[in-house]
Design a protein around this ligand. Structure first.
Ligand code: SF4
Length: 388
């Protein structure tokens, strides 16, 4: 099944190196060792060229990690040049994740000269105790300096990542973050809730009783205050965790939430093309040895229930909601027939709003979106099992 045949895919480029691991991070990352990084970039270039030669042409590029900005100037230039030469035509957006401690004037100038038009910085918070707890390698001042550089060098679109709900966070910290956002004035904000993923330092500290997470109710209150403050500054929410003031949505991420196609290159990168999902094996050494033809793992064609689940999970994250016509076209199912009863109940409670051919979450609905999604997926599973 070809999904979204009208759309061009996104390209995700994974640079999995970090100097140290943040306390909340469970991503596929490896230690930053210069020789290994250079070999990795060489393998990445071969994989990118292989796809370009096969006719792959993305509408968006997103270089993430890991810490892409931790590459040396030489590796940074080689990678960006390869992407620029391979994919300039038809490109609508090119984002790089730039960490405050490793991005500098020279790297920004190189990126801009090669066609990058969006830089996203992981600030997480502007409160020093929060930064220390999250294991970040920069201070709040450095984020201000980096954004001053972005402004001076004319970066067309900027974004800032922030985290709400870290242990010990209080309303004062939210106000500190809001004041910093106002001063920096980024075009786009991603505001994530802290989650305690298995295997992270924060998770094990919580399990051992070494730190006290803030209560769910407090977290909701902080999140509300944060969102309200951002909206008062002119930010418009378009996804449960994402807002923009200027320059629109992140087109690359919007494509994920619309269940569009994407190709991932690099160790551990995931892809979804022509109805098939797979991942490159998450192993940096093996990735380097494979010389541009990495082993693919977890190859699967999503079954009908997975397609239903993905559409519900992804599209309900968007403020414009889930398109019911598209749901029918892609699944052959009428959403009202399989989930009508729950939909009605959520609507009565003010959590969901029905428009013409779409359902969307209200602000209250976004706060309990996970449980709304779980109920719809349970309904769908039940109905599909009845039919088998
Ligand atoms: S910089 Fe990003 S990828 Fe690296 S450890 Fe921190 S959160 Fe994880």
């Amino acid at each position: 099944m070809k999904v979204k045949p009208e759309g061009s895919p996104g390209l995700y480029v994974h640079v999995p190196f970090c100097r140290s691991r943040c306390t909340y991070c469970d991503f596929h990352v490896a230690a930053l060792r210069p020789g290994v990084v250079t070999d990795y970039v060489s393998a990445l270039i071969l994989e990118i060229q292989h796809h370009a030669d096969a006719g792959f042409s993305p509408e968006t590029i997103f270089i993430g990690g890991g810490t892409p900005s931790a590459l040396s100037v030489e590796d940074w230039t080689r990678l960006l040049k390869c992407l620029s030469e391979s994919f300039q035509s038809g490109l609508k957006e090119w984002t790089i994740e730039a960490n405050p401690e490793s991005i500098d004037e020279q790297k920004i100038e190189i990126a801009l000269s090669l066609g990058v038009d969006r830089l996203s910085t992981g600030a997480q918070t502007f409160v020093e105790t929060g930064l220390a707890l999250l294991g970040r390698r920069h201070d709040a001042q450095r984020v201000h300096e980096v954004h001053d550089l972005f402004q001076k060098l004319g970066v067309p679109r900027t974004s800032l990542d922030l985290i709400v709900g870290w242990p010990g966070q209080a309303i004062d910290s939210v106000n500190t973050d809001l004041a910093a956002v106002k001063e920096i004035d980024p075009d786009h904000i991603s505001l994530y809730h802290l989650s305690y993923e298995q295997g992270t330092w924060l998770h094990s500290m919580r399990e051992r009783g070494g730190l006290k997470p803030i209560m769910d109710d407090t977290c909701i209150e902080l999140s509300r205050a944060f969102l309200q403050g951002l909206q008062e500054q002119g930010f418009e929410r378009y996804e449960v965790s994402n807002l923009y003031a200027r320059g629109g949505a992140s087109l690359h991420n919007l494509n994920y939430w619309e269940r569009g196609e994407y190709l991932g290159v690099g160790s551990g990168a995931a892809s979804f093309m022509e109805g098939l999902r797979w991942k490159n094996k998450p192993d940096v050494q093996k990735y380097i040895s494979a010389g541009g033809s990495p082993e693919k793992v977890s190859i699967e064609t999503p079954e009908l229930l997975e397609v239903v689940t993905e559409l519900i999970m992804l599209e309900l994250r968007l403020t414009r909601g889930m398109n019911l016509n598209r749901f029918k076209t892609e699944t052959g199912l009428d959403f009202h027939e399989i989930c009508g009863e729950s939909l009605h109940s959520f609507e009565k409670r003010g959590l969901l709003i029905q428009g013409e051919n779409a359902i969307r979450a209200s602000s209250e609905g976004f706060e309990v979106l996970d449980s709304v999604i779980v109920k719809f997926v349970e309904d769908a599973e039940e109905r599909l099992n009845e039919g088998t």
